[in-house]
Design a protein around this ligand. Structure first.
Ligand code: AMP
Ligand code: FE
Ligand code: FE
Ligand code: ZN
Length: 290
């Protein structure tokens, strides 16, 4: 039986720091989690584990339990599919090599997008670098911040709705493996994979059932159903699929600091589900605040 006392307070399993496209350092994020009254938080930067140590350093001080994780970029044709991975071995060779490959692909892609945008707007690659810390997983949010700094957009969301939109005329895809590879890489590294925000396109655009069946066979653990960007009918469909394939249900904020309106703890995961994640994981352990 799950020992619910292990997790004092709400559990939020999806957050971003400056190591990717959040706006706080990992330790600052842990402090924000304590202020928000959370008991447990997972740090899930895009394609990077570089924030784990800094976040772990704030566990004792904040009393917030840390679940180390990552949001791995995968894709099916032109649609990007995000795969959360929890408690995997951060030194696993195959997974670190793939994450590095994605990060460098993202960097080339961001440079190419900026090159194209700069033909029409006054923006340079140096502007984007000024908006990201060394080694960060660079994405459209950093280009958005550069556009905002140049006065070319009022905020990130406006930049995403305009210049950075996939139909905005400047969009470029970046390298990413397919979701099945993502699930296998995370499992082989001893981690537990959960499909991130799979219902943002509504019922009709939820993952095709045969594809989900293959992911479940390969070890997919759960679906992040409680997420603000999943639509009501998308969630309904996902609940049907979760029951059919025996998948766990998670809920999370996908907090990005001031980079997105998502608030820490706005969606949460049950202690029983977190306990099951910890039980299945063999790659890393949570950082408990004793
Ligand atoms: P990319 O992976 O570089 O294509 O950029 C997508 C990332 O931007 C995702 O991780 C989102 O969290 C973030 N994002 C998407 N839409 C918005 C928005 N409207 N405002 C801020 N961030 C966004
Ligand atoms: Fe993000
Ligand atoms: Fe995501
Ligand atoms: Zn995310």
């Amino acid at each position: 039986m799950a020992d619910e006392r292990r997790f004092r307070g709400p559990i939020d399993l999806h957050t971003h720091s400056r190591v990717s496209d959040g706006t706080e350092s990992p330790a600052e994020l842990m402090r924000a989690a304590a202020v928000a009254g959370l008991g447990t938080v997972a740090l899930t930067d895009h394609d990077s584990t570089a924030g784990w140590a800094d976040a772990a350093s704030a566990v004792a001080e904040t009393g917030v339990t840390l679940i180390p994780g990552m949001e791995l970029s995968t894709r099916v044709e032109f649609a990007s599919v995000h795969m959360l991975g929890y408690l995997f071995d951060p030194e696993n060779q195959a997974l670190t090599a793939e994450s590095e490959r994605i990060r460098s692909g993202r960097l080339r892609r961001a440079e190419e997008m900026v090159r194209r945008i700069s033909e029409d707007y006054d923006i340079t690659w140096a502007d984007v670098l000024a908006q990201s810390v060394e080694g960060a997983t660079v994405g459209r949010p950093h280009i958005a911040d550069a556009l905002v700094a140049r006065g070319l957009a009022p905020d990130r969301s406006a930049a995403f709705a305009g210049i950075l939109h996939w139909r905005g005329g400047y969009y470029q895809p970046h390298y990413a493996p397919d979701p099945l590879t993502g699930v296998r890489l995370i499992r082989e590294a001893g981690g537990v994979p959960v499909l991130a925000h799979p219902g943002t396109g509504g019922r009709g655009r939820v993952i095709p059932e045969e594809r989900l069946a293959r992911l479940a066979d390969a070890g997919l653990f759960g679906l992040e159903i409680d997420h603000r960007e999943n639509t009501p009918d998308g969630k309904e469909r996902l609940h049907e699929l979760a029951v059919r394939y025996g998948l766990a249900i998670t809920g999370s904020s996908d907090y990005h600091g001031s980079g997105k309106p998502n608030r820490l703890g706005e969606n949460t995961t049950s202690p029983e589900v977190l306990e099951a994640i910890i039980e299945e994981a063999t790659g890393a352990a949570p950082f408990f605040a004793s």
